[in-house]
Design a protein. Sequence first.
Length: 254
Amino acid sequence: MAYETVAREVEIATAGAAPMTAYVARPAGGDRHPLVLVGSELRGLTEDVRGVVRQVAALGYVAIAPNLYHRSGAGTARGLTESAANRERAFELLGQLTRDGVEEDLRSAIAHARSHEQATEETGVLGFSLGGHIAYFAATRLDLAAAAIFYPGWLPVAGTALSRPEPLLAATGAIAERDVRIVLFFAELDHVIDAEQRAQIGDALEAAGARHEEVVYPGARHAFFFPGREPYDKAAAEDSWTRVRELFAAELGR
């Protein structure tokens, strides 16, 4: 069943900082629905990310993607277009994030969705690339039922502000303690996450006793999910989305 949805951009108050833009979509009507946080890619709250928010809402969830770059100015609210200069700018923005700031922003997005969008307590997270990194981080800090994580960069290495002072993978034990069920989607030919890193991630989850599944798509490359991009892999994208639906249906009750 595909739900008719409504979507809008909202401003969310945050402690000690300017309001945070977020994009939210939900099934039309007055019913309450489980919540899914959506983590943006490196370039922020782009149209691709907004499209995913609407896709999630069509499955029967309140979906919200916060602009985690909001402390760097209102000009970050629409994301960055794809260019070499904007890639460099995005890494600058990424370097200004902090663990505590990101946790605060995610909690603010959850609170807004529950207060203003009729979201229930059941909560999951979904993210792609940097958003996958954010989703993994969220699973270590928040009370989540499920996390769908696509090709998450920099988990076993120092690559983002969330990987300092130690790589984010070191916090994997908290995922098991919170009993978050995780499904990770990897691309065999990913230039960001190679086989060695995939093995490190799997070993850490296994050692922690986390409920997890890893799916590796043969021949696929980083960013395989999004149509219209050169690495798009239709079979991998469709299979992974089926698994996302099944994960959230099982763990969030939809």
